[in-house]
Design a binder for this molecule. Structure first.
Ligand code: PMP
Length: 304
């Protein structure tokens, strides 16, 4: 874990970055956060799409009328400092804003957030072998959040009760991850990943109206696929399309690009990582590790 955490404006030893048991966020889920990765590159550690992630943190806060008392530049700098001052090269970062000790009323007078950034070493989220061999997943008995209940475009703490139900059920039943349907019964997303289905060379991914978090890795993969001449369609996908897919992979900052070998114990394709998944996964890792041209300026170096 982090030795040093940036907490409300300064870097402090991790044990000093604490909050009250009466914090609003602990009782009501009123927090917003990001998961960001830094990778070691030939030009030193770089944080992938840092500005886009911190912009999403502000967007999540805006939806909940939460006020972050720092500028975007201050938070991006805090992220770079958290990697540097903890002596990390490959790191997972957790920028976090929450309502602290503002009273236990549902609508506190102050919406001023407390803010922290932790940085830690973290390997492949779904296991080291997952990236090559693929993972076994199931359709969850839990639906994803319904439209106009809790906004899924906000990466808010409370939404992750849904994710915990989905991934916990999957793991207890011997799967690596659970996939949720939306309330119409179409594909939504994994507990912490977006979905891509490949059929006859075309990539399909559920649209934002399927109550997904619009993932930055999803956006990156859509761009990489299009740059390589693949057609990408954002459209509703039926559950059974997973069973009949040629290839199926999931994306997320923590999960990265993970092939899926089976869904509900039905093999996807031949049950192994498919060729398009392999090509796009390689393109992703080459990009984040600075081994290919960074056309979009997505690598943000910590020493700049
Ligand atoms: N959906 C959910 C529910 C998530 O928690 C995540 C991880 N942040 C994603 C999708 C993927 O988003 P991103 O690629 O921006 O990490």
């Amino acid at each position: 874990m982090s030795d040093l955490i940036w907490f409300n404006g300064k870097m402090v030893p991790a044990e000093q970055a604490t909050t009250s048991v009466l914090s609003h966020a602990l009782h009501y889920g009123s927090s917003v956060f990001e998961g960001v990765r830094a990778y070691d590159t030939p030009k030193g550690p770089a944080i992938f799409r840092l500005t886009d992630h911190i912009q999403r943190l502000y967007d999540s806060a805006k939806i909940y009328r939460m006020e972050i008392p720092y500028t975007l530049e201050e938070i991006t700098q805090a992220c770079k400092d958290a990697v540097k001052e903890n002596g990390l090269t490959n790191a997972y970062l957790r920028p976090f804003a929450y309502l602290g000790n503002v009273g236990l009323g549902l609508n506190p007078k102050s919406h001023l957030a407390e803010v922290s950034v932790a940085a830690m070493q973290w390997g492949a989220y779904l296991g080291d072998e997952s990236l090559e061999n693929g993972v076994d997943v199931c359709i969850s008995s839990w639906n994803r959040l319904a439209p106009n209940t809790m906004p899924t475009a906000a990466k808010a703490g409370g939404n992750y009760l849904s994710s915990q139900l989905i991934s916990g059920e999957a793991k207890r039943n011997g799967y690596v991850e659970g996939i949720a349907l939306d309330t119409n019964g179409n594909l939504s997303e994994g507990a912490g990943e977006n979905l891509f289905v490949i059929k006859k060379g075309i990539l399909y991914t559920p649209p934002t109206t399927a109550c997904i978090l619009p993932g930055l890795t999803r956006d990156t993969l859509m761009t990489l696929a299009q740059e390589r001449g693949y057609e990408v369609r954002e459209e509703s996908i039926a559950r059974e399309a997973l069973y009949l897919a040629d290839e199926f992979f999931m994306t997320g900052t923590a999960a990265e690009v993970v092939p899926v070998g089976s869904v509900d114990r039905i093999k996807v394709g031949n049950g192994k990582r498919g060729p398009i998944t392999k090509e796009l996964q390689q393109a992703y890792f080459d990009l984040v590790k600075g081994k290919s041209e960074d056309k979009h300026g997505w690598l943000e170096y910590i020493n700049e």
